[in-house]
Ligand binder design. Sequence first.
Ligand SMILES: C[S@@+](CC[C@H](N)C(=O)[O-])C[C@H]1O[C@@H](n2cnc3c(N)ncnc32)[C@H](O)[C@@H]1O
Ligand code: SF4
Length: 462
Amino acid sequence: MQQSVIFNKALIDRYNRPGPRYTSYPTAVQFHDFDESDYKKVAAASNSGTDPRPLSLYIHIPFCNTVCFYCACSKIITANRKHATRYLQHLSKEIEMQGQLFDRRRPVDQLHLGGGTPTYLSGDQLAELMTVISDNFYLRTDNLGEYSIEVDPRTVEPRTINQLREIGFNRISFGIQDFDPAVQKAVNRIQSYEQVRDVINAARESQFESINVDLIYGLPLQTLSTFDKTLKKIIILNPDRIAIYNYAHLPNLFKTQKQINADDLPSPEEKLQILQLSIQKLTDAGYVYIGMDHFAKPEDELAVAQRNGLLYRNFQGYSTHANCDVIGLGMTSIGRIGNVYSQNKKIINEYEEDIKSDFIPVFRGYTLDSDDQLRAEVISQLICNFRLDIPRIEKLFQINFNSYFAEELNSLEQMRDDGLVELDDKKINVIPAGRLLIRNICTVFDKYMDRKSTTANFSKLI
Ligand SMILES: C[S@@+](CC[C@H](N)C(=O)[O-])C[C@H]1O[C@@H](n2cnc3c(N)ncnc32)[C@H](O)[C@@H]1O
Ligand code: SF4
């Protein structure tokens, strides 16, 4: 099999600049005022026509028991379970309100419970939540939907995993980050190899379709040698997918990161070596580089979709369901209905107040114009499938690619000369040496990247 990614330090040094992760284009930085009446109009319009799009639900459960110092997720740390009970009441009401806006015949092809930590909730609470969802949306029972949940191994027993399968989840993702005891102590997240092994085995026995694990490189006290040991253990655990996220130390943005001693962080040089080692070990073990920190076994549906040019990316990461309308449920969640993004309120009290007053709790959004739609499609094709079929784009958007993107093509020619892409009138191909730099390649087509305030919000690749 052709190598899926090549680590080229000289190219990384030259091109490694801040850029968005493109779970949306434009990114949330561009969102502006948007309210319930806007949302209801968009939802109603999405039901019209003979064949409305299927649905994708993202549900945010913000709670965690303890804080991991590195964490950049939208979370609430509390031992008081009453907060979760109250939140679930409001979330259930939101699900009912939103369910009334969408045609019940539209199947839910994708569902994702993210956080925070969804398994902060008890098995009974999760089962109840799934019942509320199926009472208000058309959940598939044929196992063809992609129904996933994020699991913190410290919050579950092996039998909980089986319950998750029984209530309808068929994809599962475990947060691991690192197995080294000193690293775990430095980030306040202690979990043993055995604990993780037992829940992964339980997921396999319960016949989850795909098992993902999350790792982070660049954490305090991590070295090439400690991460090598973590990778060996991961390879033995044999997950279908592996995400290796880059830790960006931004303590002014994420307050709990102040508890990390900056002197303990690996140097940029060592981080690069850890990344190189990870790519080497995982590709040697048979994993394919999907892009943007993700690896998958060649037979995993993500790798298959990528080979067929059918991979897609949304707020939930990579997916094989390209044509869904995404409904965000819960605080901070983001949706996309047709060409309109919208986001729910980010502060729990404000979110709950809106629901109490029978309001859909959206507060900002964005409507893509035709130029945004074109650029979003170009970026999506490049980031997901590492190639762009130029005649297809010209036909779809009724443009002449060379003249529309004359300036962008100038920048791409430099990237072609540097060996990141192949380029001609028919296609752009991102070749293995360019793949680690995919988001830098995509920024060429991002018209909002020029704004200084925009780049300040994004982290570098390395
Ligand atoms: C919502 S958490 C996963 C579920 C659960 N809360 C857990 O930690 O096991 C999402 C993932 O984001 C990643 N993550 C969080 N903060 C990060 C940061 N500052 N840099 C890189 N990755 C981060 C971690 O890998 C984590 O597993
Ligand atoms: S990494 Fe997961 S468990 Fe840790 S604080 Fe963040 S969301 Fe919570």
